[in-house]
Design a protein around this ligand. Structure first.
Ligand SMILES: [Zn+2]
Length: 449
Protein backbone atom coordinates (compact mmCIF):
# COMPACT_ATOMS: atom_id res chain seq x y z
CA UNK A 1 0.00 0.00 0.00
CA UNK A 2 1.27 3.50 -0.94
CA UNK A 3 1.13 6.16 1.78
CA UNK A 4 1.62 9.90 1.73
CA UNK A 5 5.01 10.18 3.46
CA UNK A 6 4.36 13.82 4.33
CA UNK A 7 1.84 12.88 7.01
CA UNK A 8 4.50 10.84 8.85
CA UNK A 9 5.95 13.84 10.60
CA UNK A 10 8.68 14.38 13.19
CA UNK A 11 6.57 13.73 16.32
CA UNK A 12 3.31 12.32 15.07
CA UNK A 13 1.16 11.41 12.09
CA UNK A 14 -1.23 14.14 10.97
CA UNK A 15 -3.22 14.80 7.82
CA UNK A 16 -6.52 15.73 6.23
CA UNK A 17 -8.91 12.84 6.77
CA UNK A 18 -10.53 12.92 3.34
CA UNK A 19 -7.16 12.92 1.60
CA UNK A 20 -4.63 11.05 3.68
CA UNK A 21 -6.45 9.04 6.36
CA UNK A 22 -9.39 7.74 4.36
CA UNK A 23 -10.37 4.15 3.56
CA UNK A 24 -8.20 1.45 5.05
CA UNK A 25 -5.35 3.70 6.10
CA UNK A 26 -6.12 3.53 9.85
CA UNK A 27 -6.45 -0.27 9.62
CA UNK A 28 -3.03 -0.58 7.99
CA UNK A 29 -1.50 1.84 10.46
CA UNK A 30 -2.92 -0.39 13.22
CA UNK A 31 -1.24 -3.38 11.58
CA UNK A 32 2.04 -1.47 11.39
CA UNK A 33 1.91 -0.24 14.98
CA UNK A 34 0.91 -3.71 16.25
CA UNK A 35 3.77 -5.31 14.32
CA UNK A 36 6.22 -2.64 15.49
CA UNK A 37 5.44 -3.16 19.19
CA UNK A 38 5.22 -6.96 18.88
CA UNK A 39 8.82 -7.04 17.64
CA UNK A 40 9.76 -5.06 20.75
CA UNK A 41 8.18 -7.78 22.92
CA UNK A 42 5.14 -5.69 23.84
CA UNK A 43 1.88 -7.67 23.91
CA UNK A 44 -0.79 -5.10 24.75
CA UNK A 45 -1.38 -1.42 23.92
CA UNK A 46 -3.80 1.29 25.06
CA UNK A 47 -5.89 3.19 22.52
CA UNK A 48 -7.70 6.49 23.07
CA UNK A 49 -9.14 9.25 20.93
CA UNK A 50 -10.07 12.93 21.00
CA UNK A 51 -13.53 14.40 20.36
CA UNK A 52 -13.24 15.00 16.60
CA UNK A 53 -16.15 13.86 14.46
CA UNK A 54 -13.92 11.49 12.49
CA UNK A 55 -12.12 9.98 15.49
CA UNK A 56 -14.57 7.18 16.33
CA UNK A 57 -14.43 5.64 12.85
CA UNK A 58 -10.66 5.97 12.58
CA UNK A 59 -10.18 4.48 16.04
CA UNK A 60 -12.32 1.43 15.25
CA UNK A 61 -10.32 0.67 12.09
CA UNK A 62 -7.05 1.28 13.94
CA UNK A 63 -8.03 -1.15 16.70
CA UNK A 64 -8.99 -3.94 14.26
CA UNK A 65 -5.62 -3.50 12.55
CA UNK A 66 -3.76 -3.80 15.86
CA UNK A 67 -5.78 -6.88 16.88
CA UNK A 68 -4.92 -8.60 13.57
CA UNK A 69 -1.26 -8.68 14.64
CA UNK A 70 -2.02 -10.58 17.83
CA UNK A 71 -1.63 -7.55 20.11
CA UNK A 72 -4.30 -6.95 22.77
CA UNK A 73 -5.96 -3.54 22.95
CA UNK A 74 -7.24 -1.66 25.99
CA UNK A 75 -9.74 0.93 24.73
CA UNK A 76 -9.95 3.92 27.09
CA UNK A 77 -12.50 5.88 25.06
CA UNK A 78 -12.66 9.65 24.45
CA UNK A 79 -9.97 11.28 26.55
CA UNK A 80 -7.32 14.06 26.30
CA UNK A 81 -3.86 12.91 25.18
CA UNK A 82 -2.29 13.21 28.68
CA UNK A 83 -4.78 10.61 29.95
CA UNK A 84 -3.40 8.19 27.36
CA UNK A 85 0.17 8.96 28.46
CA UNK A 86 -0.88 8.63 32.10
CA UNK A 87 -2.50 5.25 31.42
CA UNK A 88 0.60 3.74 29.86
CA UNK A 89 2.47 4.53 33.09
CA UNK A 90 -0.32 3.88 35.58
CA UNK A 91 -1.29 0.50 34.08
CA UNK A 92 2.30 -0.31 33.19
CA UNK A 93 1.49 -0.84 29.55
CA UNK A 94 4.11 -1.32 26.85
CA UNK A 95 2.57 1.23 24.53
CA UNK A 96 -0.29 3.40 23.44
CA UNK A 97 -1.70 5.21 20.47
CA UNK A 98 -3.90 8.29 20.51
CA UNK A 99 -6.16 9.37 17.66
CA UNK A 100 -5.94 13.17 17.62
CA UNK A 101 -4.95 16.18 15.55
CA UNK A 102 -4.47 18.37 18.65
CA UNK A 103 -5.60 21.94 17.82
CA UNK A 104 -5.88 21.55 14.02
CA UNK A 105 -9.12 22.42 12.15
CA UNK A 106 -11.95 19.83 12.11
CA UNK A 107 -10.98 18.27 8.75
CA UNK A 108 -7.69 17.02 10.23
CA UNK A 109 -6.91 13.98 12.30
CA UNK A 110 -3.83 12.02 13.27
CA UNK A 111 -1.98 9.78 15.71
CA UNK A 112 0.46 10.16 18.61
CA UNK A 113 2.32 7.07 19.68
CA UNK A 114 4.05 5.94 22.88
CA UNK A 115 6.23 2.85 23.26
CA UNK A 116 7.73 1.75 26.58
CA UNK A 117 6.92 5.00 28.34
CA UNK A 118 8.23 7.40 25.69
CA UNK A 119 6.82 9.08 22.61
CA UNK A 120 8.25 7.69 19.41
CA UNK A 121 9.54 10.19 16.86
CA UNK A 122 11.70 10.82 13.80
CA UNK A 123 13.10 7.64 12.24
CA UNK A 124 10.82 5.42 14.33
CA UNK A 125 7.72 7.02 12.83
CA UNK A 126 9.19 6.54 9.35
CA UNK A 127 9.56 2.82 10.16
CA UNK A 128 5.78 2.60 10.51
CA UNK A 129 5.41 4.00 6.98
CA UNK A 130 7.96 1.41 5.75
CA UNK A 131 5.98 -1.40 7.37
CA UNK A 132 2.80 -0.28 5.59
CA UNK A 133 4.47 0.13 2.19
CA UNK A 134 6.14 -3.29 2.44
CA UNK A 135 3.05 -4.88 4.02
CA UNK A 136 5.46 -6.32 6.54
CA UNK A 137 2.96 -7.29 9.23
CA UNK A 138 2.77 -9.76 12.10
CA UNK A 139 -0.27 -11.98 12.39
CA UNK A 140 -2.38 -13.17 15.28
CA UNK A 141 -5.61 -12.62 17.12
CA UNK A 142 -5.63 -9.98 19.85
CA UNK A 143 -8.40 -9.31 22.35
CA UNK A 144 -9.97 -5.96 23.10
CA UNK A 145 -11.07 -4.77 26.55
CA UNK A 146 -12.14 -1.45 28.04
CA UNK A 147 -10.89 0.54 30.99
CA UNK A 148 -12.20 3.69 32.70
CA UNK A 149 -8.89 5.51 32.59
CA UNK A 150 -10.56 8.89 32.96
CA UNK A 151 -11.77 7.98 36.48
CA UNK A 152 -8.37 6.62 37.50
CA UNK A 153 -6.73 9.80 36.21
CA UNK A 154 -9.17 12.08 38.04
CA UNK A 155 -8.81 10.07 41.27
CA UNK A 156 -5.03 10.25 41.01
CA UNK A 157 -5.16 14.04 40.69
CA UNK A 158 -7.75 14.49 43.46
CA UNK A 159 -5.52 12.47 45.80
CA UNK A 160 -2.47 14.52 44.88
CA UNK A 161 -3.84 18.05 45.09
CA UNK A 162 -5.49 19.77 48.05
CA UNK A 163 -6.43 23.44 47.94
CA UNK A 164 -6.99 25.44 51.12
CA UNK A 165 -8.31 28.64 49.56
CA UNK A 166 -11.12 28.56 47.08
CA UNK A 167 -9.38 29.99 44.00
CA UNK A 168 -11.59 31.45 41.29
CA UNK A 169 -10.50 29.95 38.00
CA UNK A 170 -11.56 30.78 34.43
CA UNK A 171 -11.32 27.92 31.93
CA UNK A 172 -11.61 27.86 28.11
CA UNK A 173 -11.26 24.47 26.45
CA UNK A 174 -12.33 25.65 22.97
CA UNK A 175 -14.91 22.82 22.67
CA UNK A 176 -12.02 20.34 22.66
CA UNK A 177 -11.59 17.09 24.56
CA UNK A 178 -10.59 18.62 27.91
CA UNK A 179 -13.93 20.34 28.73
CA UNK A 180 -16.02 17.51 30.18
CA UNK A 181 -13.07 16.10 32.13
CA UNK A 182 -12.03 19.43 33.66
CA UNK A 183 -15.57 20.16 34.84
CA UNK A 184 -15.65 16.86 36.70
CA UNK A 185 -12.11 17.23 38.06
CA UNK A 186 -12.40 20.83 39.27
CA UNK A 187 -15.79 19.98 40.80
CA UNK A 188 -14.03 17.45 43.04
CA UNK A 189 -11.36 19.93 44.12
CA UNK A 190 -11.88 23.03 46.25
CA UNK A 191 -11.98 25.33 43.20
CA UNK A 192 -14.55 27.72 41.85
CA UNK A 193 -14.68 27.37 38.09
CA UNK A 194 -16.10 29.74 35.49
CA UNK A 195 -15.93 27.91 32.19
CA UNK A 196 -16.50 28.83 28.55
CA UNK A 197 -16.69 26.50 25.51
CA UNK A 198 -16.51 23.45 27.77
CA UNK A 199 -18.99 21.35 25.81
CA UNK A 200 -17.40 18.89 23.43
CA UNK A 201 -17.92 19.86 19.77
CA UNK A 202 -15.61 18.56 17.05
CA UNK A 203 -16.58 21.45 14.75
CA UNK A 204 -14.90 23.92 17.17
CA UNK A 205 -17.57 26.57 16.48
CA UNK A 206 -16.13 29.30 18.77
CA UNK A 207 -12.40 29.26 18.07
CA UNK A 208 -9.77 26.64 17.34
CA UNK A 209 -8.61 25.01 20.58
CA UNK A 210 -5.12 26.51 20.36
CA UNK A 211 -4.25 28.74 23.35
CA UNK A 212 -0.90 29.83 21.90
CA UNK A 213 -2.65 32.07 19.38
CA UNK A 214 -3.46 35.28 21.34
CA UNK A 215 -6.66 35.75 19.31
CA UNK A 216 -7.98 32.49 20.81
CA UNK A 217 -7.44 33.80 24.35
CA UNK A 218 -9.53 36.95 23.91
CA UNK A 219 -12.73 35.53 25.38
CA UNK A 220 -10.85 34.03 28.31
CA UNK A 221 -9.15 37.37 29.01
CA UNK A 222 -12.53 39.11 29.00
CA UNK A 223 -13.97 36.47 31.32
CA UNK A 224 -11.12 36.88 33.81
CA UNK A 225 -11.43 40.67 33.83
CA UNK A 226 -15.21 40.77 33.94
CA UNK A 227 -15.58 38.28 36.79
CA UNK A 228 -12.36 39.38 38.52
CA UNK A 229 -11.02 35.82 38.55
CA UNK A 230 -7.65 34.78 40.00
CA UNK A 231 -6.46 33.13 36.80
CA UNK A 232 -7.55 32.00 33.33
CA UNK A 233 -6.56 28.61 31.90
CA UNK A 234 -6.73 27.82 28.17
CA UNK A 235 -6.31 24.22 27.00
CA UNK A 236 -5.54 23.01 23.51
CA UNK A 237 -7.76 20.48 21.74
CA UNK A 238 -6.17 17.37 23.23
CA UNK A 239 -4.93 18.82 26.51
CA UNK A 240 -1.16 18.75 26.18
CA UNK A 241 -0.63 22.52 25.89
CA UNK A 242 -1.55 25.20 28.38
CA UNK A 243 -2.14 28.93 27.94
CA UNK A 244 -2.40 31.08 31.05
CA UNK A 245 -3.87 34.51 31.68
CA UNK A 246 -3.06 36.29 34.95
CA UNK A 247 -5.54 38.18 37.15
CA UNK A 248 -5.01 41.35 35.07
CA UNK A 249 -5.70 39.61 31.78
CA UNK A 250 -2.02 39.44 30.76
CA UNK A 251 -0.94 36.32 28.87
CA UNK A 252 1.87 34.26 30.43
CA UNK A 253 3.75 32.12 27.92
CA UNK A 254 5.46 28.83 28.67
CA UNK A 255 8.81 30.42 29.57
CA UNK A 256 7.34 32.68 32.28
CA UNK A 257 5.28 29.79 33.65
CA UNK A 258 8.49 27.78 33.94
CA UNK A 259 9.94 30.54 36.13
CA UNK A 260 7.07 30.09 38.58
CA UNK A 261 7.30 26.28 38.57
CA UNK A 262 11.07 25.92 38.76
CA UNK A 263 11.43 28.19 41.81
CA UNK A 264 9.12 25.88 43.76
CA UNK A 265 10.79 22.71 42.53
CA UNK A 266 14.31 23.99 43.22
CA UNK A 267 13.37 24.57 46.86
CA UNK A 268 12.84 20.81 47.20
CA UNK A 269 15.46 19.69 44.68
CA UNK A 270 18.28 22.28 44.68
CA UNK A 271 20.83 22.37 41.82
CA UNK A 272 18.47 20.50 39.50
CA UNK A 273 18.62 20.87 35.76
CA UNK A 274 15.69 22.68 34.17
CA UNK A 275 15.12 22.01 30.45
CA UNK A 276 13.63 24.59 28.08
CA UNK A 277 13.54 25.11 24.33
CA UNK A 278 15.56 27.61 22.28
CA UNK A 279 12.59 29.95 21.87
CA UNK A 280 12.35 30.80 25.58
CA UNK A 281 13.19 34.24 26.98
CA UNK A 282 16.59 35.02 28.47
CA UNK A 283 14.66 35.90 31.64
CA UNK A 284 14.10 32.19 32.26
CA UNK A 285 17.79 31.31 32.07
CA UNK A 286 18.66 34.20 34.40
CA UNK A 287 16.02 33.24 36.93
CA UNK A 288 17.03 29.55 36.93
CA UNK A 289 20.59 30.58 37.79
CA UNK A 290 19.37 32.97 40.50
CA UNK A 291 17.32 30.17 42.04
CA UNK A 292 20.38 27.89 42.11
CA UNK A 293 19.34 25.61 39.26
CA UNK A 294 21.16 24.55 36.09
CA UNK A 295 19.60 25.90 32.89
CA UNK A 296 19.68 23.47 29.96
CA UNK A 297 18.55 24.88 26.61
CA UNK A 298 17.42 22.28 24.07
CA UNK A 299 15.79 21.77 20.67
CA UNK A 300 12.15 22.75 20.22
CA UNK A 301 9.75 19.85 19.86
CA UNK A 302 7.63 17.65 22.04
CA UNK A 303 9.50 14.33 21.78
CA UNK A 304 12.93 15.97 21.81
CA UNK A 305 12.27 17.90 25.03
CA UNK A 306 10.65 14.87 26.65
CA UNK A 307 13.67 12.71 25.87
CA UNK A 308 16.10 15.35 27.11
CA UNK A 309 14.19 15.52 30.38
CA UNK A 310 14.65 11.80 30.97
CA UNK A 311 18.25 11.78 29.75
CA UNK A 312 19.22 14.61 32.14
CA UNK A 313 16.97 13.32 34.94
CA UNK A 314 15.58 16.84 35.23
CA UNK A 315 12.46 17.38 37.36
CA UNK A 316 10.97 19.95 34.97
CA UNK A 317 10.97 20.86 31.30
CA UNK A 318 8.90 23.12 29.12
CA UNK A 319 8.49 24.94 25.86
CA UNK A 320 7.38 28.43 24.94
CA UNK A 321 4.44 26.79 23.17
CA UNK A 322 2.90 25.62 26.45
CA UNK A 323 4.06 21.99 26.58
CA UNK A 324 5.02 21.51 30.26
CA UNK A 325 6.64 18.32 31.58
CA UNK A 326 6.84 17.41 35.28
CA UNK A 327 9.15 14.61 36.31
CA UNK A 328 8.60 15.57 39.93
CA UNK A 329 5.73 13.79 41.71
CA UNK A 330 4.71 12.77 38.15
CA UNK A 331 5.80 10.70 35.17
CA UNK A 332 7.57 13.28 32.98
CA UNK A 333 5.28 13.84 30.01
CA UNK A 334 3.47 16.97 28.85
CA UNK A 335 0.13 17.34 30.58
CA UNK A 336 -1.61 20.73 30.60
CA UNK A 337 -4.22 19.57 33.10
CA UNK A 338 -1.57 18.45 35.58
CA UNK A 339 0.45 21.63 34.93
CA UNK A 340 -2.61 23.79 35.63
CA UNK A 341 -3.04 22.13 39.03
CA UNK A 342 0.64 22.68 39.86
CA UNK A 343 0.14 26.38 39.10
CA UNK A 344 -3.00 26.63 41.23
CA UNK A 345 -1.16 24.79 44.01
CA UNK A 346 1.61 27.43 44.03
CA UNK A 347 -0.97 30.24 44.09
CA UNK A 348 -2.78 28.48 46.95
CA UNK A 349 0.37 27.80 48.96
CA UNK A 350 1.93 31.26 48.59
CA UNK A 351 -1.31 33.23 48.67
CA UNK A 352 0.14 35.33 45.84
CA UNK A 353 -1.40 36.48 42.60
CA UNK A 354 0.33 35.42 39.39
CA UNK A 355 1.61 38.93 38.68
CA UNK A 356 3.11 39.02 42.19
CA UNK A 357 4.83 35.69 41.61
CA UNK A 358 6.63 37.23 38.62
CA UNK A 359 7.49 40.51 40.31
CA UNK A 360 11.13 41.52 39.80
CA UNK A 361 11.60 39.25 36.79
CA UNK A 362 13.16 41.22 33.96
CA UNK A 363 10.74 41.95 31.16
CA UNK A 364 12.24 41.53 27.70
CA UNK A 365 10.65 42.63 24.48
CA UNK A 366 10.00 39.91 21.97
CA UNK A 367 8.23 39.02 18.78
CA UNK A 368 5.74 36.19 18.70
CA UNK A 369 6.77 33.15 16.70
CA UNK A 370 7.12 34.31 13.07
CA UNK A 371 6.81 31.76 10.27
CA UNK A 372 8.35 32.38 6.87
CA UNK A 373 7.28 29.92 4.21
CA UNK A 374 10.07 28.11 2.38
CA UNK A 375 9.99 24.77 0.53
CA UNK A 376 10.48 21.67 2.71
CA UNK A 377 13.40 20.54 0.54
CA UNK A 378 15.24 23.81 1.09
CA UNK A 379 14.58 24.75 4.70
CA UNK A 380 17.51 22.85 6.26
CA UNK A 381 19.95 24.13 3.67
CA UNK A 382 18.88 27.73 4.27
CA UNK A 383 19.42 27.31 8.01
CA UNK A 384 22.85 25.77 7.41
CA UNK A 385 23.84 28.75 5.25
CA UNK A 386 22.63 31.13 7.93
CA UNK A 387 24.69 29.28 10.56
CA UNK A 388 27.75 29.64 8.34
CA UNK A 389 27.06 33.32 7.85
CA UNK A 390 26.62 34.22 11.53
CA UNK A 391 29.41 32.01 12.88
CA UNK A 392 32.36 34.26 13.67
CA UNK A 393 30.32 37.45 13.35
CA UNK A 394 28.39 36.99 16.59
CA UNK A 395 28.30 34.36 19.34
CA UNK A 396 25.79 31.76 18.22
CA UNK A 397 24.20 28.58 19.53
CA UNK A 398 23.57 25.84 16.98
CA UNK A 399 21.55 23.50 19.19
CA UNK A 400 18.52 24.02 16.98
CA UNK A 401 19.04 26.23 13.92
CA UNK A 402 20.92 29.44 14.65
CA UNK A 403 20.37 31.43 17.83
CA UNK A 404 22.42 34.58 17.35
CA UNK A 405 23.39 36.60 20.42
CA UNK A 406 23.59 40.36 19.83
CA UNK A 407 24.91 42.67 22.59
CA UNK A 408 21.36 43.62 23.55
CA UNK A 409 19.23 40.66 22.54
CA UNK A 410 19.03 37.50 20.45
CA UNK A 411 17.45 36.22 17.27
CA UNK A 412 16.57 32.65 16.43
CA UNK A 413 15.95 31.01 13.08
CA UNK A 414 15.24 27.30 12.80
CA UNK A 415 13.60 24.94 10.35
CA UNK A 416 10.11 23.94 11.40
CA UNK A 417 9.80 20.20 12.03
CA UNK A 418 6.17 20.14 11.04
CA UNK A 419 5.71 22.71 8.25
CA UNK A 420 7.52 23.99 5.14
CA UNK A 421 8.67 27.06 7.05
CA UNK A 422 11.44 28.83 8.91
CA UNK A 423 10.52 29.69 12.49
CA UNK A 424 11.88 32.98 13.77
CA UNK A 425 11.76 34.59 17.19
CA UNK A 426 13.58 37.71 18.34
CA UNK A 427 14.06 39.22 21.79
CA UNK A 428 15.59 42.54 22.80
CA UNK A 429 16.40 44.36 26.03
CA UNK A 430 14.31 47.30 24.87
CA UNK A 431 11.75 48.07 22.22
CA UNK A 432 14.53 49.80 20.23
CA UNK A 433 16.91 46.85 20.42
CA UNK A 434 14.13 44.55 19.30
CA UNK A 435 13.39 46.71 16.26
CA UNK A 436 17.05 47.06 15.32
CA UNK A 437 17.81 43.33 15.63
CA UNK A 438 14.64 42.49 13.73
CA UNK A 439 15.58 44.70 10.78
CA UNK A 440 19.14 43.41 10.59
CA UNK A 441 18.09 39.76 10.98
CA UNK A 442 15.35 39.83 8.39
CA UNK A 443 17.58 41.55 5.86
CA UNK A 444 20.03 38.65 6.10
CA UNK A 445 17.32 36.00 6.01
CA UNK A 446 15.90 37.52 2.84
CA UNK A 447 19.36 37.29 1.27
CA UNK A 448 19.66 33.57 1.97
CA UNK A 449 16.06 32.67 1.21
ZN1 LIG B 1 -2.06 19.20 21.63
Amino acid sequence: MKVNRKIFREYDIRGIVEEDLKGDFPYFLGKAFGSYVKRLKVNSVIVGGDNRNTTKDIKEKLISGILSTGIDVVDIGTIPTPVLYFSTHYYNSGGGIMVTASHNPPEFNGFKMVVKGKSIYGEEIQKLADLIENEDFEEGKGKVSEKDAKSDYINFLVENFKFKKRLRVGVDTGNGTVGPLISELFGKLNLEMEGIYLESNGDFPNHLPDPVVPENLKDLINLVKEKKLDVGLGFDGDGDRLGVVDENGEILWGDYLLIIYMREILKEKPKSKIIFDVKCSKALEEEIKKAGGIPVMWKTGHSLIENKLHEEKAPLAGELSGHLYFYDRYYGFDDAIYASLRLLEIMDKTGKKLSELLKGVKKYFSTPEIRVEVPDEKKFEIVKNLQNYFRGKYPISEIDGAKVYFPDGWALVRASNTQPALVIRIEGESENSLQRIKEEFFKIIEKFK
